[in-house]
Write a new protein. Structure first.
Lengths: 677, 101
């Protein structure tokens, strides 16, 4: 394994710093779906940090727990990626080997805990055999013993331990049964000389011998119906008939996904509205309390608005991960991946990419975060790169405004154009994935070969902790950068301060003069003055000046300086486009595109030369631009965080925005060519 | 570096008559994995899941998603992989366990 890249050094040091003092270090290993994460959460609770394994995009969770009782020594535990074997050339196996060998920034662990599935012990034993074979002090946590007993298996942990020559502790990670004994066993096993196994591990180079050895351990220690076979899980067989059926499976998948995303949308709206309201009240309070000036502006429009813009994503992120964790735990997601694989593999994406791509229709940020479900690094990178093409909810106000401008009294056409935007985004995502897989991320997606775990009830505690961890990670890693960017963008839009135009000054003076005699008229005059001042300030701001400066780049797309400023500010977040246009044209900070007054004033707005701001060709070109362009700085920050490098975020920005420019240009010029102005 | 045995040997030529692509084997059949036409990395994936040469497997389902049971584990394989696996149906009335080694 290569050493850590320079950009990652600080992040990794932070994780490793937790163990600067010499502390017992334990590696947690296990095959996928053995309850490894549930056991990790049970041992550490909230005391876990997340970073990436060196040179990878795979999450590394490092936690602490008490070895024996509360007064006992603390140990540090590293949750390694799920793997069936150590000595295979698969990414997850390479990470496990590197950590076990103490490569990079990770100190070599003192012991390993292998979580083994008691309902199918043989599938975990090859990994145990490999660890014992290379001399790693190992403890086997025999998980889901309750389920094994219900299926008629009789397990003898003591006998298994004698055969393997290492301690074996039966546990039920979901309920916490046996976890205390596991701590005690680990404490007493450390420093104890190894026991001679009754069935020594064969030569690790002989894969078949290892499999036969694993089967012999099971035969000699596990009894009951189906001890070496399937364990008689007829429920799983029956459910698989439905969930993997060529027609019924697709229908059930559609129902499950519709339910998942409806729940995310419906339930997240309430806390999101509350967050919006809370920060609005805070902003109003600051504006009412502090004297006018730069500090008040910075606090109310920069910092509070920036924090609100970050925190508002939290409900969607936490809810999505909570529900995905529940679904994954049931065993259904492995089947769902197969349902979508047939479509996505044609574009070089794995079936696992479906959930992230679908989530991106709500918001690309939780979508990109949920790519952690994808086991292969290249598959994951390809999915992250194309996920923001999916039309997110922030594009909706822009779509509504522009489709209404294009098809004013033709709702059917407006509806079709709206649908076309979603299809164009999805098509761009698929095509871009195909291009990425044939160039930068050469190769096809990892073939779908997956263990189909038994169906079971999900662990609520694991889902809650997953949601908490993801939310916390988002705030720590992305939130701080998003806040900084929001402040910079606010400064660019608000400065330099300029004098109000003379017409506005005159109106305000008149308002003051008649305030006592005709207060209603005074209010009207003040509002009129504000509507003159706001676009004046916006045009004179750094953002406005920049808009004028770069307008020639957007001129071939049909945009004047006002539209260019709108496009420019919307790089902070797309929904800002409508409010920026409203400020530039009407002087009011209104962001409801359905507002009839705003709509008609935007529609009738003029350019400096007196021509209409929006023609059919301009509106169509803008619509295409907004479908394809990467106009969301928070998403770029999350891309950097998840890929571990700014170069992927920069590539995403350049590719999407470049594609947007080309297609918007083609739309505008094409419509002109056929006589549609 | 310790290397494992590959998941299955490459296609021999000529191919024995009794060998069939996994996709053509009827559901409910017990078979042995004989060969594969896969890249090394894909074969490593199969090895990880216990699908090694001559290993017995039970065909639970075929189609766009193929499900086999091997060593007590249900493994899903996409059709693209399954059609590249050559298996030989075996007499499942033998005394051997249906899906063990």
């Amino acid at each position: 394994m290569s050493t850590a890249a320079p950009w990652r050094a600080e992040e990794e040091k932070a994780v490793v710093a937790a163990s600067s003092a010499r502390r017992i270090r334990v590696a947690l290993l296990g095959a996928p779906n053995t309850g490894k994460t549930t056991l990790f959460n049970r041992l550490c609770g909230l005391r876990a940090k997340t970073a990436n394994f060196p040179g990878t995009t795979t999450d590394a969770r490092v936690g602490r727990f008490q070895l024996a009782d509360e007064s006992g020594e603390a140990a540090e535990i590293v949750d390694l990626p799920g793997t069936y074997r150590l000595f295979l050339e698969l990414p997850e196996a390479r990470i496990c080997r590197a950590v076990l060998e103490g490569e990079g920034v990770y100190r070599q662990p003192d012991a390993a805990i292998v979580v083994a599935d008691a309902t199918n012990l043989s599938r975990s034993l090859c990994l145990v055999g490999e660890l014992l074979g290379i001399g790693v002090p190992t403890i086997v946590a025999l998980n889901m013993v309750d389920l094994a007993q219900r299926r008629g298996l009789t397990l003898d942990p003591v006998r298994i331990g004698q055969l393997l020559g290492c301690p074996v502790v039966p546990v039920v990670a979901r309920s916490g049964r046996g976890v205390e004994e596991l701590r005690l066993t680990l404490a007493s096993a450390l420093g104890t000389p190894p026991v001679t196994p009754e069935l020594p591990v064969p030569d690790l180079a002989d894969g078949d011998a290892l499999l036969d050895w694993a089967d012999r351990v099971v035969e000699e220690s596990v009894g009951g119906e189906g001890a070496v076979g399937s364990g008689g899980d007829t429920l799983t067989e029956r459910l698989d008939q439905a969930f993997t059926h060529s027609v019924l499976g697709v229908l059930l998948f559609a129902v499950v996904m519709a339910g998942l995303f409806w729940t995310v949308f419906a339930l997240a709206t309430i806390p999101m509205d509350l967050i919006d309201l809370t920060f609005d009240v805070m902003g109003d309070w600051v504006r009412a309390t502090l004297p006018a000036g730069a500090v008040r502006d910075l606090l109310s429009n920069g910092i509070i608005a920036g924090i609100a813009g970050t925190v508002v994503f939290l409900p969607q992120i936490c809810l999505l991960f909570f529900l995905i964790s529940l679904l994954e735990d049931t065993g259904y997601l492995a089947r769902a991946a197969f349902v979508t694989d047939r479509l996505l593999c044609r574009f070089g994406l794995p079936g696992h990419a479906f959930v992230p791509l679908l989530s991106s229709h709500a918001c690309a940020i939780p979508g990109i975060l949920s790519t952690s479900l994808i086991p292969d690094r290249r598959d994951r990178l390809a999915t992250i790169l194309v996920a923001p093409f999916m039309s997110c909810s922030a594009r909706l106000p822009v779509y509504i405004l522009l489709t209404s401008l294009l098809f004013r009294d033709r709702p059917l056409m407006a509806g079709l154009a709206f649908t076309g935007c979603y299809l164009l985004g999805a098509l761009a995502a698929m095509t871009s994935a195909l291009v990425a897989r044939r160039t930068l991320l050469k190769g096809h997606s990892r073939p779908m070969v997956l263990e189909l775990p038994s169906y079971k009830l999900p662990a609520l505690r694991t889902a809650v902790l997953t949601a908490y961890q993801q939310g916390k990670t988002f705030l720590q890693k992305a939130g701080t950068v998003i806040l900084a960017i929001c402040i910079v963008m606010w400064w660019l839009s608000a400065y330099p301060k300029v004098e109000a135009p003379p017409e506005a000054e005159a109106l305000r003076a008149e308002a003051v003069a008649i305030e006592a005699s005709d207060p209603d008229r005074a209010l009207e005059l003040t509002a009129e003055a504000a509507s003159l001042e706001a676009p004046h300030r916006q045009a004179a701001s750094f953002a406005g000046r920049l808009g004028r400066l770069i307008q020639p780049i957007y001129a071939p797309l049909g945009y004047d300086w006002q539209l260019t400023v709108g496009v420019l500010t919307s790089f902070l977040a797309r929904e800002v486009f409508v409010s920026t246009l409203a400020v530039l044209i009407t002087g009011e900070e209104v962001d409801d595109p359905a507002d009839e007054g705003v709509f008609s004033r935007v529609r009738d707005a003029r350019r400096d030369d007196g021509t209409a701001l929006f023609t059919t060709a301009t509106a169509a070109s803008l619509l295409v631009f907004f479908v394809l362009a990467m106009q969301c700085l928070p998403t770029l920050v999350v891309t950097r965080r998840e890929t571990g490098a700014w170069r992927w975020a920069v590539l995403q920005f350049l590719w999407m925005s470049g594609l947007a420019w080309i297609f918007a240009f083609a739309t505008y010029q094409g419509l002109h060519l056929v006589g549609v102005a | 570096m310790i290397s494992s045995q590959p998941a299955s040997r490459r296609f021999p030529s000529p191919r024995p008559d009794a060998w069939l692509p996994l996709t053509l084997v009827p559901e409910g059949t017990t078979a042995r994995l004989r060969a594969s036409d896969l890249r090394d990395s894909d074969r490593d994936l199969l090895t990880a899941l216990g699908l090694t040469p001559d290993r017995r497997l039970f065909v639970c389902k075929t189609g766009s998603l193929c499900i086999v049971e091997v060593r007590g584990m249900r493994v899903g394989l996409s059709e693209a992989i399954a059609e590249r696996l050559m298996v030989e149906p075996v007499d499942d009335s033998s005394s051997e366990l249906p899906v063990g080694g």
